[in-house]
Design a protein around this ligand. Structure first.
Ligand code: ZN
Length: 148
């Protein structure tokens, strides 16, 4: 959709940032594209360049973007592969129980396996299966199994 009001801006003066002058200067609009100011001519240095919002406004945008970036970095969580080190760091020693195939670990946060060491239980599949993240990788272990 073409906007008449924007098209009529051609030839009009407006304040914009000039990369050559390095300041906000008055520019004449020379081209409109997709209902937006595409090209302007600086009235100070007479250079044609793409329209850039006045620096004062650009600063505001930059500040907003910086805030967003900071927010995304802090909430970033490792996806996919579960990190053993991080998981173990959230477990207290007294929460680690010795693993045995006949034990019940559905409510335990972590186990100590005689071959694999300390592992963090990340999922209880059912009453006989738990998913445990060990330093060497994720393993499915049995629980509540009575050895004959
Ligand atoms: Zn200029």
């Amino acid at each position: 959709m073409r906007s008449e009001s924007v098209d009529t801006l051609i030839g009009k003066d407006l304040e914009a940032y000039c990369g050559k002058c390095k300041i906000d200067t008055w520019h004449t609009v020379t081209a409109i594209k997709n209902a937006k100011i595409a090209k302007v001519m600086c009235k100070i240095c007479n250079s044609y360049h793409a329209y850039k919002a006045p620096a004062a406004e650009a600063e505001k945008i930059k500040a907003a973007k910086a805030t967003t970036r900071r927010r995304t970095t802090t909430t970033r969580t490792p996806r996919g592969k579960k990190d053993w080190g991080t998981l173990v760091g959230q477990i207290e020693d007294r929460q680690v129980v010795d693993y045995a195939i006949s034990g019940e670990f559905s409510t335990s946060p972590a186990i100590r396996h005689k071959n694999f060491g300390v592992g963090v239980i990340t999922k209880v599949h059912n009453k006989n299966k738990i998913e445990v993240v060990f330093q060497e990788g994720t393993k499915i272990l049995a629980q509540n199994l009575q050895m004959a």
